[in-house]
Design a protein around this ligand. Structure first.
Ligand code: NAG
Ligand code: NAG
Ligand code: NAG
Length: 557
């Protein structure tokens, strides 16, 4: 854990971005010229670049200072891009010559440490097993971002192997050997949730314009929810997974974490689309994905039929945890009604109980399908590496490495998920496997989301985000989470899980999720935007760890 931190500090020194922390100037004129990076979105940043108030180099320097301010406390990134400044210089020069590659030309983003970049940065899933490994090219989503003029400023830290290494009683959200322990910024010692922990924290604190995360089940929606961020979990196949470290080809998807629905929609516009290197993208029902920013309409909820699948709510049974979630949810439902939505309560999932019963045992179909995909898909990723420093080509070799490399903190942190997956024989083409996959798909569709949409003739479903991801995951269906509220003053602080992180405390954010049919992202984005603009919840929930570096601290210095 020491080594990456030292490297990070060295890189920051080389880039010359250390310096005094200057508090935010109250001067209104300065604010008009330099938007507050805690909240600045696409429009303000692009306007400032256009009007030459600042450059992309300034933006990179300011975001790097913000990362440096919080890194020793929150461990948000595993690495920063040593070439970020020179990439920004190139994009500034293009802008000066009138060339703009996209609506996000020259904006810096973080990408999760399981999404490969073919540059000096590692793609490790948080593990020492892949440090020094090389990929033949950028992941397709990163290639699209780069082609659009987005600067990849660093890799955001994650739960190691996307929470697919250690057992439930032994796995800590946001911990990885390479990245250390990511913490949330809304309460002391806050559990950042996972596995896209650093992406959500980084987006939320304005450590970059936005971030990419990945989700197999919950990994964008949960951290988005508890970090006061917007997260889009796209339909599996809307965004390419080529050169993204896999868990399950049936469930994995890459999507944005951002501060606003608008920013997230802009990112999705860039990364969505077909890719010959990911056959699932052939299922897209359009030749080009829609322009998602066209659905950012304040009146979008008028006349929409929105269902609540009450029987799929998963309260823990502790009112200190459950009651604020349910109370903020009921307030959100009132807002949706005032916005003109028609609410259909008890639009239940018909096979919820079958799904739930299966999900709570490792050898139930729900976990078995993901495990068989994992043992099949992970070696396929290893096989694509052009440099594989530890010669790891299988899950059993990875387990062996993890149990013997001192950085991997074994056996304090076990390999229970690897162990369980390795008891499964065959691969995901084995006879008999398809029946399990068909079963879980049916629980997600007919017995779940699409069944409820059809039965009650709905445009979308809503749920508290902490209850939402399980059923859509089974069939690769989309979700958008948006800030809904926070735990109130007086909430009893609760440390949960093996690392004793604070999962529940005053000020911990709570999200609202919109769920829908495959390829219905524009519908969910429209609903989430209309709700966000009515309520502006994000602005009312403020972090307790606040980076102070701003553009005015770097412009002209
Ligand atoms: C990637 O990992 C290698 C091996 O640990 C290290 O030498 C290199 O500095 C890392 N890259 C970055 C950008 O930190
Ligand atoms: C839906 O689920 C809720 C919560 O379990 C239950 O109270 C309600 O009766 C169910 N409604 C229907 C129509 O199934
Ligand atoms: C789910 O499990 C519970 C508890 O074991 C059982 O009572 C119930 O019948 C099961 N439901 C289904 C649909 O299998």
């Amino acid at each position: 854990m020491m080594l990456p931190r030292i490297l990070l500090m060295l890189s920051l020194l080389v880039l010359g971005v250390f310096g005094l922390r200057v508090p935010r100037s109250p001067d209104k004129k300065v604010k008009d010229i330099f938007p507050d990076l805690l909240d600045a979105g696409t429009d303000e940043l692009m306007k400032g670049l256009k009007q030459k108030h600042f450059t992309s180099v300034d933006l990179v320097k300011a975001y790097l200072r913000r990362i440096q301010e919080v890194q020793s406390q929150l461990h948000v990134v595993t690495e920063i891009n040593p070439d970020a400044i020179s990439i920004a210089q190139t994009l500034d020069a293009e802008r000066a010559h009138g060339k703009l590659r996209s609506a996000l030309h020259g904006l810096p983003m973080l990408v999760k440490d399981n999404i490969a970049t073919n540059d000096k940065m590692n793609n490790s899933a948080g593990s020492f097993a892949l440090l020094g490994a090389k990929v033949p090219r950028d992941s397709t989503v990163v290639a699209k971002l780069k082609a659009a003029g987005v600067i990849i400023i660093g890799k955001s830290s994650m739960s190691e192997w996307a929470n697919f290494r250690s057992g439930f009683d032994n796995s800590c959200n946001g911990w990885s050997a390479h990245g250390g322990q990511v913490l949330g910024a809304y309460a002391a010692d806050q559990d950042p949730s996972g596995s896209s922990s650093g992406s959500a924290v980084g987006a939320s604190l304005g450590l970059a314009f936005a971030a990419l995360g990945t989700e197999t089940s919950a990994s964008i929606i949960f951290p988005g929810s508890v970090n006061n961020a917007v997260g889009i979990k796209p339909t599996v196949g809307l965004t390419s997974r080529a050169l993204v470290i896999p868990v399950s080809e049936r469930q994995d998807t890459v999507g944005p974490l951002a501060r606003t629905v608008t920013d997230a929609a802009h990112v999705l516009n860039i990364i969505a689309g077909k890719d010959p290197s990911d056959s699932y993208t052939n299922a897209q029902p359009f030749s080009q994905p829609p322009d998602y920013t066209k659905y950012l309409k304040k009146n979008f909820l008028e006349g929409k039929r929105i269902g609540i699948p009450r029987n799929a709510f998963l309260p823990i049974g502790d009112s200190n945890i459950d009651a604020p979630i349910l109370a903020t949810f009921e307030a959100a439902i009132k807002e949706l009604k005032v916005a003109g939505a028609i609410i259909i309560d008890n639009a239940n999932f018909s096979q919820w109980e079958e799904y739930y019963n299966s999900s709570v045992t490792f050898y139930g179909a729900v976990n078995l399908v993901v495990a068989i995909d994992f043992i099949t898909n992970l070696p396929q990723y290893f096989a694509k590496l052009t440099t594989n420093p530890n010669d790891i080509t299988s899950l059993s070799a990875l387990r062996d490495f993890t149990q013997h490399n001192p950085h991997e903190n074994y056996p304090t942190r076990d390999t229970a998920v690897f162990d369980a997956a390795l008891t499964v024989t065959g691969d995901n083409t084995a006879p008999g496997f398809q029946a399990f996959a068909d079963q879980t798909h049916a629980w997600g569709t007919y017995g779940g989301v699409t069944g409820a949409l059809d039965t009650y003739r709905l445009d979308a479903l809503v749920m508290p985000s902490m209850y939402a991801p399980g059923v859509p995951a089974l069939a690769g269906l989309p979700i958008v989470t948006v800030p809904m509220g926070k735990y109130p003053a007086g909430t009893q602080v609760q440390r949960l899980g093996p690392c004793g992180l604070v999962a529940v405390a005053p000020n911990v954010p709570i999200g609202l999720s919109f769920l829908g049919a495959a390829w219905s992202e524009e519908e969910l984005i429209g609903c989430a935007f209309a709700y966000e603009q009515r309520t502006l919840v994000r602005d009312k929930v403020r972090p307790i760890v606040m980076p102070t570096s701003q553009l005015e601290d770097v412009v002209g210095h």
